[in-house]
Design a protein around this ligand. Structure first.
Ligand code: CA
Length: 377
């Protein structure tokens, strides 16, 4: 079966209420979906993390290499596309675009064979995963502690057993938030914190020491992704597990993080790090070095479905009667496009999400939603 066509869908919409993390304010959210069509009309869908118009342009650059290629040859296509821009983009946009193509090819392969991606990968190891709620962004109105404590109560009320707080707004603010939320939710709820690389190692260690007593599940992106020595310092200094990797790409990019054990929890984004093919390789490398993997997810239901397919196949590390299970990052912040592009939304119940069982990624795309959110590429 050959590839007949490849299309990019650049989507964008205004948010009802702008929100901020440590690096920027958002008043719009977008997505870039890739649709690959086989000769028989079957289509597969993928998503790229990153600036939608730019990743779409890279996919268009890849297009001539894809038309007429063997639709089942995920690995050969990955290597061909990677090599085609190897000298010009070993990280960033070319790999984000490649990720969307790779995810779409796995979805297509599954749809052609009538099997979910996790079956094609020889699993599942699990039928459902526990989700944690990402959110806790800063809004313009009100007092931030009141807003975020209210959000914590809301997420716990919805069934989430773990929540991730956005830090990086100044050490004193961050510490006040962590103490207020722990006091509000009590000891039974998991709390992760994420600075989105707002600090240098010295500041991150100072912050970490003052929240260590709160039983923080992990401290994510304490320092910039390029600062590997900083990661090593922070990890050595704190008792809180350190997480990172959402701004890293491919097996070669992840190699120093894994081999140096610079993080306790590795967070490749399937829509950025190289797709399902590459993220599985990264996870296997992490397994060999005893590093936990919890994929980063921040896109639409397409990226979420891809993450669920990979989560179904992540090995227990180590195995046992009561092994530690990987977690699903489930963004709860405003994203009008997230579930609108799916015919049936992905939902959590009591903090758990089922692995989709349908062919490919296990989702169907709502084309009316694509038209609703489409913007000029
Ligand atoms: Ca993050």
């Amino acid at each position: 079966m050959k590839i007949r066509e490849i299309r990019t869908h650049v989507l964008e919409t205004q948010l009802a209420e702008p929100f901020a993390y440590s690096q920027a304010w958002y008043d719009r959210r977008g997505a870039m979906l890739v649709e690959i069509e086989a000769e028989d009309g079957t289509t597969g869908w993928g998503e790229a993390f990153g600036p939608a118009r730019l990743t779409a342009a890279v996919v268009q650059h890849y297009r001539p290499r894809l038309i007429g290629a063997d639709a089942m040859a995920t690995e050969a296509i990955w290597q061909d596309l990677y090599n085609s821009l190897r000298d010009h983009g070993q990280k960033g946009l070319p790999i984000e675009a490649l990720s969307a193509v790779d995810i779409a090819l796995w979805d297509l392969k599954g749809k052609l064979l009538g099997l979910p991606v996790h079956r094609l990968m020889g699993e599942p190891l699990r039928q459902r995963v526990q989700a944690y709620a990402t959110g806790f962004y800063r809004k313009r109105g009100g007092q931030f502690l009141d807003n975020l404590v209210a959000e914590a109560h809301q997420r716990v009320g919805e069934g989430f057993g773990a929540i991730k707080l956005k830090l990086g707004f100044g050490i004193d603010d961050d510490i006040a938030l962590c103490h207020a939320v722990r006091a509000a939710v009590g000891p039974g709820i998991g709390i992760m914190v994420d600075a989105n690389h707002a600090y240098d190692a010295t500041a991150a260690i100072r912050l970490g020491r003052r929240i260590e007593e709160l039983d923080i599940a992990w401290f994510e992106e304490p320092v910039p992704p390029e600062d590997l020595a900083g990661y090593a310092e922070v990890k050595a200094a704190l008792r809180i597990p350190i997480a990172g990797g959402e701004a890293e790409f491919t097996r070669w990019g992840f190699r120093p993080l894994i081999a140096g054990r610079l993080v306790d929890v590795l967070q490749p984004d399937i829509c950025a790090a190289g797709g399902l093919s590459e993220t599985r390789k990264i996870a296997d490398m992490a397994s060999a070095f005893g590093v936990r993997v919890n994929p980063h997810v921040w896109g639409t239901g397409v990226g979420l479905a891809a993450a669920l397919q990979l989560l179904a196949v992540l090995p227990h590390n180590p195995p046992g009667l009561h092994p530690l299970e990987p977690l699903l990052e489930f963004d709860q912040s405003e994203h009008p496009i997230r579930m609108a592009v799916l015919n049936a939304p992905i939902v959590q119940r009591d903090g758990w999400v089922r692995i989709p069982e349908g062919p490919g990624l296990g989702i169907e795309i709502d084309r009316a939603a694509l038209e609703q959110f489409r913007v000029a590429a």
